[in-house]
Design a protein around this ligand. Structure first.
Ligand code: PLP
Length: 452
């Protein structure tokens, strides 16, 4: 039952707010859920329910909720210098210090950062930067960027175009010209009868086919998430990245690893590229960069690309809030905490292996066709038939499970009929136990309704 304060907020929301990724009519019919506070790995809603947030907000609250140090860093910076821009040969200490702090944790040879306000802006920056790069090198025809179906690179025009979400393309004439897509390495959903490793090689091979089809002289870059997040925590077979690396080595194109989710410790390494041994040229970052306490994004750029940009005159690109001093101060403090508390090392050595072994227990559940995960990421495929991987014909089994999760004090996200988690990196073993108990309870409740 909703109390009167909740009803009041729901009403105001109906009357005035257009929230992102929302079916307005459907939401207005039931009323939004209102989250009012958070601490550690827990949220509270407006009716006082305590909820374990196994999504870390939207994949971003890496150090957990309620860290006073970040509040203090923001307050201090607001008092000292709340805003100044980085345009036209000016700068400020937080942006400069943050660029250095990111270079210190980034893969070798990636020592510069272009700051943005979000992950989407980071990918818009990527599109402009790679085309600018090739123009400086005297190859202005190299403009095409190859992305992947079901990849996610944000929701601006460039971000949605680089991404491969067909529903997003369908609204507003996407993708823009000059973007191509190849298949994703989603073995469970698209691998059919193939062995996973064989499937991994086969989908990787599509990159070479696409380069040859478009023409190497027209391809600027390949963009991919190390592990697809919003697409449903899609973890490539182990054969995938080595084959992609071989192909990239054969052709003169840039490699963009979208680290917006995988970056800042999510896989148990600082970046997903470290986890897979990939050496990208550009890395869009956001989300865990500030643990979501304040918006910020950026693109980490390889030295060789920077050397070329240095020869190109003015790069006519940037945002009013590029490297915003308050956001930069929060990001710096976030990185300090990740490093000093050895959070990335701890999840690699202890909590991620523990989460993954407990997560695998759910594979036994009658509703679960596959349980998979890496680091602090996990997915469960809900299926009608575990042996044949047959899906439910009626849609919305994932959403039904998600409803049961909320009722049981757990946030899991549903991507179609794939349930996914991405908890705060600081989740401890007791909280992981609670996550698993609750997840099982939601699966049972869902199975009771759909397996009957
Ligand atoms: C969330 C996300 C983005 C977009 O970031 P925003 O800050 O929402 O604009 C881009 N790429 C990936 C991989 C993401 O998960």
């Amino acid at each position: 039952m909703s109390d009167s304060q909740t009803l009041h907020w729901q009403d105001l929301s109906r009357n005035h707010h257009l929230p992102p990724f929302t079916d307005y009519k459907a939401l207005n019919a039931k009323g939004t859920r209102v989250i009012t506070k958070a601490s550690g790995v827990y949220l509270w809603d407006s009716e006082g329910h305590k909820i374990l947030d196994a999504m870390a907000g939207l994949w971003c609250v890496n150090i957990g909720y309620g860290r006073e140090e970040l509040v203090e860093a923001a307050t201090r910076q607001m008092r000292e210098l709340p805003y100044y821009n980085l345009f036209f040969e000016t700068s400020h200490p937080p942006a400069i210090a943050l660029a250095k702090a990111i270079a210190d944790v980034a893969p070798a040879g990636m020592n510069h950062v272009f700051f943005t306000g979000s992950g989407s802006e980071a990918n818009d920056t990527v599109l402009r930067m790679v085309r600018h790069y090739w123009a400086i090198k005297g190859k202005p025809a190299k403009k095409v960027v190859i992305g992947r179906w079901n990849g996610y690179h944000g929701s601006t025009v460039a971000g949605a175009s680089l991404g491969g979400m067909k529903a997003m393309h369908g609204q507003g004439d996407g993708p823009i010209p000059g973007i191509e897509h190849i298949d994703q390495p989603y073995w469970y959903g698209e691998g059919g009868e193939l062995d996973p490793e064989e499937f991994g090689v086969r989908v990787a091979q599509q990159l070479e086919q696409k380069i040859l089809e478009v023409g190497e002289d027209r391809v600027a870059a390949f963009i991919a998430e190390p592990i697809q997040g919003a697409g449903g925590v899609i973890i490539p077979p182990t054969s995938y990245w080595p084959r992609i690396r071989e192909i990239l080595a054969r052709y003169e194109i840039l490699f963009v690893a979208d680290e917006v989710i995988c970056g800042f410790g999510r896989t148990g390494e600082w970046f997903g590229s470290d986890y897979y041994g990939n050496a990208p040229d550009l890395m869009p970052i956001a989300k865990g960069m500030t643990s979501g306490y304040i918006p910020m994004g950026g693109v980490v750029v390889r030295d060789e690309v920077v050397q070329t940009l240095n020869e190109g005159g003015e790069f006519y690109h940037g945002f009013t809030y590029s490297g915003h001093p308050v956001a930069a101060a929060v990001a710096l403090e976030n990185i300090r905490i990740l490093r000093e508390e050895k959070i990335v090392e701890r999840i690699k050595a202890e909590t991620a292996p523990y989460l993954q072994s407990r997560w695998q227990e759910l594979a036994e559940h009658p509703l679960v066709g596959e349980a998979r995960g890496v680091g602090m990421l996990g997915a469960l495929e809900l299926v009608k038939n575990k042996k044949t991987r047959e899906r439910f014909d009626k849609s919305g089994v994932g959403m039904l499970c998600r409803q049961h999760c909320f009722q049981n004090g757990l946030v899991m996200r549903a991507v179609g009929d794939t349930m996914i988690i991405s908890p705060p990196l600081v989740i401890n073993k007791e909280e992981i136990d609670e996550l698993i108990v609750k997840a099982r309870r939601c699966l049972d409740a869902t199975a009771a309704e759909v397996l009957g």
